[in-house]
Design a protein around this ligand. Structure first.
Ligand code: BTN
Length: 305
């Protein structure tokens, strides 16, 4: 974490290379104010003032920290969450140099996408983490519907798909104390104004962008604002134990239910199964070839039909 924060300060021209070694001796916590101050400056593409204008939220996005380039907004958000930034603070970056996807994969984050992380202090039991992730997927899908995407779907647990191709990924990372989630960092990456031809070859077939699907570029700032509004709405359902409502909204948009999948659970347990639905805890419920039912809590599900 220290190296990544130092890298951020270096990009922002805050540090000369001679001072790096000296700085490595300093307590990492002393950088917090500097990082927050940098995040308050205007950047060329992401404008905090545009995002905040008439934004209808009570706490989500009231503090926005915007950067030109960071390694990962999740890393910066995690760092800031350790320094008492308010609940609902959001870290946004124009680009990321080492963004993280699920299952240890890298995440492409060039200029033109929406790369952000929300800091929440939900103080709920750790077992509720999958529901936070599902709720975020619902918020993204609802936002895309509002900007004119027809039928965005959610592939378990949280890939947002348009016409069978992925347009958004979500990475949720929790900081827990005993069994309670102290802080959760919800990282959202939306392939917005991006040219699919510039993606690495191996990603082209399975990925799409909003620009491609809508046939036009849209405002990243407006998209962020609309998403944060939707996010607050679903997170309130969450606070009020409205899990059923979240699951209902998720099921309505499910890409996975009714499909045959290859389940790849951690530690290499791999099998084919038919997706029956989603449980109250946010697990995928599948029927294996031998007729037994299984709840998949984490891992990958590769669609086979
Ligand atoms: C996935 O693999 O589908 C999850 C991708 C999550 C990417 C986002 S972009 C903003 C945030 N910062 C990161 O490093 N990752 C998440």
């Amino acid at each position: 974490m220290k190296d990544e924060i130092i890298k951020l300060l270096k990009i922002e021209g805050q540090l000369s290379s001679e001072t790096i070694d000296e700085i490595k001796q300093i307590d990492i916590h002393d950088f917090s104010n500097l990082v927050q101050e940098i995040g308050k400056r205007e950047t060329d593409y992401i404008k905090a003032s545009e995002i905040s204008e008439n934004m209808n939220t009570k706490y989500v996005g009231k503090e926005l920290f915007v950067f030109k380039e960071v390694s990962s907004t999740n890393t910066v958000a995690r760092f800031l969450s350790m320094h008492d930034v308010p609940d609902g603070s959001v870290v946004i970056s124009e680009k990321q140099t080492a963004a993280r996807g699920r299952s240890g994969k890298a995440w492409e984050s060039p200029l033109g996408g929406v790369w952000l992380s929300i800091v929440l202090n939900p103080h709920v039991d750790y077992s509720k983490l999958p529901l936070i992730t599902l709720a975020t997927g619902v918020a993204v899908a609802k936002t895309l519907e509002k900007i004119g995407v027809e039928n965005p779907e959610i592939k378990w647990p949280n890939d947002i798909m348009i016409n069978g191709k992925k347009v958004c990924g979500i990475l949720t990372e929790a900081i827990t104390k005993l069994n309670t989630i102290e802080n959760v960092i919800i990282g959202v990456g939306i392939d917005a104004n991006l040219d699919i031809e510039e993606f690495p070859e191996e990603l082209k077939a399975g990925t799409t962008t909003l620009e491609k699907e809508l046939g036009r570029k849209g405002s990243e700032n407006l998209l962020i604002k609309m998403f944060l509004e939707e996010f607050e709405e679903v997170s309130e359902l969450f606070d009020n134990e409205g899990f059923e409502e979240i699951l209902k909204e998720w099921r309505k948009r499910s890409y996975s239910i009714g499909k045959i999948v290859e389940v790849r659970e951690p530690f290499n347990k791999t099998y084919d199964a038919y997706v029956l639905g989603i449980s109250r805890e946010g697990a995928l419920v599948v029927e294996k070839i031998d007729g037994t039912l299984e709840k998949v809590i984490s891992g990958e599900c590769i669609i086979k039909n």
